[in-house]
Design a protein around this ligand. Sequence first.
Ligand code: G3H
Ligand code: 13P
Ligand code: ZN
Length: 324
Amino acid sequence: MATSYKELGLVNTRGMFKKAMAGKYAIPAYNFNNMEQLQAIITACIETNSPVILQVSKGARKYANQILLKHMAMGALEIIKDAGSKIPVVLHLDHGDSYELCVSCIESGFSSVMIDGSGLKFGDNVALTKKVVEYAHKYDVTVESELGVLAGIEDEVSHEKTHYTKPEEVEEFVAKTGVDSLAISIGTSHGAYKFKVEPGQSFPELRFDILHEVEKKLPGFPIVLHGSSSVPKEYVDIINRYGGKLGHTAGVPEDQLRKATHSAVCKINIDTDGRLVVTAKIREVFASSPKEFDPRKYLGPAREELVKMYKHKNEHVLGSAGKA
Ligand code: G3H
Ligand code: 13P
Ligand code: ZN
């Protein structure tokens, strides 16, 4: 075992989820790929006293370098300590697609991993998840897996169609795998186009009926929602005002996420909203200050706006503010 997350000062998700379930809020799981995103996430979580899950995808590892990402997360822990804050931090692999990738992350100090076998047949998903759980639990690392398929396209995650989670499968899946939390498909999807919208149409209600059936089958078991960006119109409008061409975007309305936090949903994944904020701010600076060429002058305002957005999520959507 190369690095233990415990020595690094990270925690796994177990205690966090227990508290979130009892307190009826959800832990923010924010993806990061670069320094400004990470700084914004930790600043927002320190300032709102919120626990946080820092998520790294396979694509992030490829883009930013896995060694650097790990050291950035370590740096974040030091900054938190230096600020006199005690917010708990999980370092989590998002959408791990193989046993080997999960092992590599655990060896480098991750405290939580997702093994995403949602595109596999039930039996194969069980077998892969079980194998990861057996390895991870030796080191007290927690494991998330997924049943049901979310539609949407990201660098490394791509499915054309939604397949809702079948509540009749969840009990057997959890019993056979020993997994610690389960991501389910109830109508969210990845990216900025979560469903086809005609102008003026609103996001359809998530399938809370499926969520409630799952809760009945697995009382007290932590549930995860992926694809939970709200795709705020204000940022899409800024992007399009300054030369962007985002079509009919659609996100999950905040009130539906708030409603979900009162259930067994303990972790809510948000990536796209951060991408929109950064793109909006950079486009705005480029348009208003065309002579500017110092990256700090456009990444700085993007970072400031990210802090505002993450604080808003913690305080008004997930309810994690003040829960560290
Ligand atoms: O759910 C996927 C996350 O948004 C990560 O996306 O694979 O493009 O880094 P990525
Ligand atoms: P969004 O694309 O809605 O931000 O979802 C992110 C996600 O699920 C990361 O795993
Ligand atoms: Zn996801």
